[in-house]
Design a protein around this ligand. Structure first.
Ligand code: ATP
Ligand code: MG
Ligand code: MG
Ligand code: MG
Length: 596
């Protein structure tokens, strides 16, 4: 490809719409353009990157025996009604775009495909002999995200690879899940990404085991908690969801160790609890607030929010004070996911706490982002009252650093906060400190179990001749998010530094002075030779100044730059490696063997 024919439009300045480096660079280097909020055009350079990522994904998926397919994006409401997800995905803060056809039938634009694939399985998978089978597709997904942002990182239309596996038993599901784990690790490594696997919350998708792959980056929206020795890591959403699982308290509310317990023995309602603290319970809001405290001095208190409309009335936290409340008692605070600006304009004050998020109340939002974005609606309480009420709320953004391992320990068997008791510590290494870092979720694998197959009656005949529901797994990779995450990890002050495996072009040949016949002639020759050798090569044939061309080459991030300059007369070229900026002169005839 010739740069003169590439419709290359680069920008000198950072576009104001972009906040993080990868978003700025993809706009500046002419990879993407915004069409509407969360809706982007992938320009030719970007499309090449996405195709390369897809190729890696295909090779690894095919390598595990998975079958590529393509499912409809328009999905009938009926299937989602049968799985029980239609209302949650379409009403209120649901993320599914939905519409009515000319016959008045409701349809949704696929945010994910469990329903459709399970529906197909009811028809196609009849016998254990056909199992296991794993089907995947790479296509656009639609999610009306509450807060689309950071370019391709959180789009409302984005490209996903999603796969769904079907099994005769749980053991077979575990095997495929492990195979997907392996394939994912290879995919991210081949795409040049530093990714870590973390224990994850299954969110609105449901199911039992689930693991996410996080590209570590400052711009990440997720918070990863890891043991200081690196042997264990989890998404903080996981910790929260464990803490928020409803459980029965054996003997009502009780005080929790030293400090300022919120609940004391004998108090059985939220009114009692509030009275004990001199607080009027607010009628307009429906949240139970639970103050909790870690054992450790340096630890932060926990706040768990629950909506009154959820039947989730009994909660206990490890190392925490426990409290009990029933839905009819109303609650103290309303927690709504809104932006800082919106909060300010509504006269709401930010009051950040540890461990909180609307996903505790609403599974649909479980993955919608990070708790720092949430604010307490103060209703008829004053900030002062609240802050004295909520002891020790942390005003910095990182509530989890330094939290004790008492409740989050690297030993999976003691991770379950429900089982933990106040004072518990990591059995294996009490000195382990919880570390927090940011990550971008690029992949997520789930053991779904039989949730969808039971709901949609997808059954098969087992070896014994009787019918049972299929076991299922599902496996997603955000292809477009992955591509941008690669830029987030690989860039410098001059632009993008693509890993060769997913770069739009591997080599760019630049003639310093195109008007010099010797230079342009040799450049053309090398371009041809590289093309013949199967290299993805770009020829900068523009009559721009050399400096302009070098700047563009750096900005768009082609891994190798071959400069044909004055040395052309002696058959010499300069080879520049984008990532290290290292340069060396070499005879043009040696170029191919050096690069290949
Ligand atoms: P998030 O927590 O970031 O909202 P998710 O958990 O909702 O993501 P999944 O349902 O697990 O996402 O989808 C599989 C993959 O699709 C994710 O791991 C992520 O890489 C990608 N993905 C999800 N939502 C988006 C989006 N809005 N834009 C781009 N990629 C996305
Ligand atoms: Mg998520
Ligand atoms: Mg999400
Ligand atoms: Mg996910």
């Amino acid at each position: 490809m010739r740069v003169s024919r590439l419709m290359l439009v680069t920008l000198r300045d950072d576009p104001s719409e972009a906040e993080i480096p990868s978003h700025k660079l993809l706009l500046r280097a002419g990879y993407i353009r915004r069409v509407a909020s969360g809706i982007y055009a992938y320009l030719p350079l970007m499309w090449r990157v996405l195709q390369k990522v897809s190729r890696v994904v295909r090779e690894e998926m095919d390598g595990t025996g998975a079958l590529e397919t393509l499912l409809p994006q328009l999905q009938p409401a009926e299937l989602w009604q049968r799985s029980g997800r239609w209302a949650g995905y379409t009403a209120g803060e649901g993320i599914m775009f939905h519409l009515e056809d000319r016959q008045g039938r409701e349809l949704g634009l696929g945010p994910t495909h469990e329903e459709v694939i399970t529906y197909l399985a009811t028809d196609l998978l009849r016998s254990y002999r056909q199992l296991p089978v794993n089907l995947y597709q790479i296509q656009s997904k639609f999610r009306d995200e509450i807060r689309p942002r950071f370019g391709l990182m959180r789009g409302r239309e984005f490209i996903m690879k999603d796969a769904y596996s079907f099994h005769a038993n749980e053991e077979s599901l575990r095997q495929t899940y492990a195979a997907m784990d392996g394939a994912y690790r290879r995919i991210f490594a081949r795409c040049g990404l530093r990714a870590v696997a973390v224990e994850a919350d299954s969110g609105a998708i449901g199911g039992s085991a689930s693991q996410e792959f996080m590209v570590t980056a400052e711009a990440g929206e997720d918070l990863i908690l890891a043991s200081s020795d690196g042997t264990y890591a989890a998404n903080q959403e996981r910790a929260v969801s464990l803490a928020a699982d409803p459980i029965s308290l054996p003997s009502g509310p009780r005080a929790g160790g030293e400090g300022e317990p919120f609940a004391t023995p004998g108090q059985s309602s939220i009114e009692d609890l509030c009275a004990g603290h001199g607080i009027e319970p607010c009628q307009t809001v429906k949240v139970l607030m639970l103050l909790a405290r870690f054992e450790d001095q340096s630890a932060q208190p926990l706040l768990v929010s629950l909506r009154g409309d959820q039947q989730l009335n009994e909660v206990k936290l490890a190392n925490a004070v426990t409290a009990r409340c029933s839905a009819e008692h109303g609650a103290l605070l309303d927690i709504a996911p809104i932006t800082k600006e919106a909060a300010a304009s509504e006269g709401l004050l930010p009051l950040p706490f540890g461990f909180m998020g609307p996903h505790l109340a609403d599974g649909l939002l479980s993955n919608s982002g990070h708790w720092t974005k949430h604010f307490l609606r103060l209703a008829d309480r004053t900030a002062a009252e609240l802050s004295s009420f909520v002891c020790g709320a942390n005003s910095t953004d990182n509530h989890l650093v330094g939290a004790a391992w008492g409740s989050l320990c690297p030993c999976p068997e003691s991770l379950d906060l429900r089982a933990a008791q106040p004072g518990d510590r990591c059995q294996h290494d009490p000195s382990q400190q919880l570390q927090a870092s940011r990550g971008i979720e690029v992949g997520h694998i789930f053991q779904l179990g039989r949730k969808y197959s039971e709901a949609l009656e997808a059954r098969f005949t087992n070896e014994a001749g009787s019918e049972e529901a299929l076991w299922m797994g599902c496996y997603g990779i955000g292809v477009s998010r992955l591509a941008q995450a690669a830029v987030e990890q690989h860039h410098d002050g001059n632009g993008i530094c693509w890993p060769v495996s997913i770069a739009p072009f591997e080599v760019i040949v630049v003639a310093a002075n195109w008007a010099e016949a010797e230079q342009s002639g040799l450049a053309e020759q090398l371009y041809l030779r590289l093309q013949e050798a199967g290299v993805d090569v770009l020829l900068d044939d523009r009559s721009e100044r050399a400096g302009v061309k070098f700047k563009d080459a750096d900005l768009i991030g082609i891994p190798w730059r071959v400069v044909v300059g004055r040395g052309a007369a002696d058959g010499l070229v300069e080879l520049v490696e984008r990532s290290s900026c290292s340069k060396r002169d070499l005879p043009a005839i040696e170029l191919l063997e050096t690069l290949l």
